[in-house]
Design a protein around this ligand. Structure first.
Ligand SMILES: [Fe+2]
Ligand SMILES: [Fe+2]
Length: 278
């Protein structure tokens, strides 16, 4: 499980030049429609990170340490995730008009990213960010296990490592704010719970929908199409989702007493298995 770290200016650990796109084994991935949708959707959500960062920077105004990290580390790394995934999608499926699908996704999803939707206090917002980074760490951790193509496994492993590191930084900022603007365990748990329900809700649906509409012009994309996609993702997750790491990351900011933590952990891991892969 990630330990807290103190932020410092660190070089980005990888660039697109480190990913051997020319070595992609196309025959292992090109016919895998579910992977096309998963990767296109992930590239759209990551590529809106400048908007998420702008909102957060306004919200954290006056907090020099957090703002510097958001601007210099977090935003460039999240945007790089978007570019790296986009290049993978465009290399394997060159006929796909990525920009058009992304533009459609932005038009539909931007209204969901208003600064007013951030948490009421900085402590809770940093907690909520820990939940989001837990979600992305789990997702790319799963992809790194089940991806059918070696270059893709390498790429998503890099992204997964970034997301775990982002969690550590947000956790550090959370601790700093909790020291001066403390919330009860129950209030924190409520934020975790609310955010868990939001993960992958509207953004994933809209991202897959716009990828589908550009790939299959004229076909209507129904909720049932998305549910079928979710079923496939659930099958990927059944055996390979990092359940234990995810539950530990979610519980960490609650600072539960040792015994309660040990009692809850197996119960929640079982519950998480049921939710992720029913
Ligand atoms: Fe990311
Ligand atoms: Fe992240």
């Amino acid at each position: 499980m990630p330990e807290a770290v103190h932020p410092s200016a660190a070089p980005h650990p990888w660039t697109l030049n480190d990913i051997p796109y020319a070595a992609i084994q196309h025959d292992l991935i090109i016919a895998q429609d579910d992977w096309f949708y998963a990767l296109a959707a992930a590239s759209f959500v990551e590529s809106l990170s400048d908007l998420y960062a702008d909102n957060l920077l306004v919200y954290m105004h006056g907090d020099a340490e957090t703002s510097a990290w958001l601007r210099e580390q977090w935003e460039p790394e999240e945007m790089q995730h978007g570019r790296a995934l986009r290049r993978y999608v465009e290399t394997v499926w060159p006929e796909f008009d990525w920009q058009r699908a992304f533009d459609g996704f932005c038009a539909d999803y931007r209204p969901y990213c208003k600064p007013e939707l951030l948490e009421p206090t900085r402590t809770l917002e940093m907690m909520a960010r820990c939940v989001v980074e837990t979600g992305t760490s789990g997702l790319y951790g799963l992809f790194a296990q089940v991806a059918p193509e070696p270059v893709l496994r390498e790429l998503v492993a890099h992204i997964r490592n970034d997301e775990v590191r982002h969690y550590k930084y947000f956790y550090h900022f959370f601790l700093r704010h909790q020291a001066t603007q403390a919330h009860s365990r129950w209030r924190l748990a409520r934020t975790v719970w609310q955010r868990l329900h939001e993960i992958g809700a509207e953004d994933a649906y809209l991202a897959v929908k716009h990828a589908h509409q550009v790939r299959h012009p004229g076909q209507v994309f129904e909720r049932t199409d998305f549910e079928r996609f979710q079923c496939v993702a659930g099958r990927w997750a059944r055996d390979d989702y990092p359940y234990e790491m995810t539950v530990k990351m979610l519980l960490k900011p609650l600072h539960l007493p040792g015994l309660l933590n040990r009692l809850l952990l197996p119960l929640l891991i079982r519950r998480a298995r049921h939710v992720v892969a029913p």
